[in-house]
Write a new protein. Sequence first.
Length: 95
Amino acid sequence: MDSGGDSSGNKMISDMDEHGTMRNDVVGFAKKAVDEFSSEWEIAKSVKENLDKKYGPCWHCIVGQEFRIQCSHIAKTFMFFYVGKTAICVYQTEY
């Protein structure tokens, strides 16, 4: 896992196999959703819909404070990170 900070000084712990512009988009979608919505379901729905719109279908988004995941995904699309205390995992599948 990578540990670093963002421009607002928040510590970010992440595990991502994607390191290009998609990473910035995903983190931006997630931060906006966390600020806008109170329920984990609404946050996940918002992030997933934004990813489907920008990068094509079959994105999955899991949001919570404690969970484990094992999944198959398209290369360079798995991202796990925290926004505050909220863990967010996104990945894309073919179907």
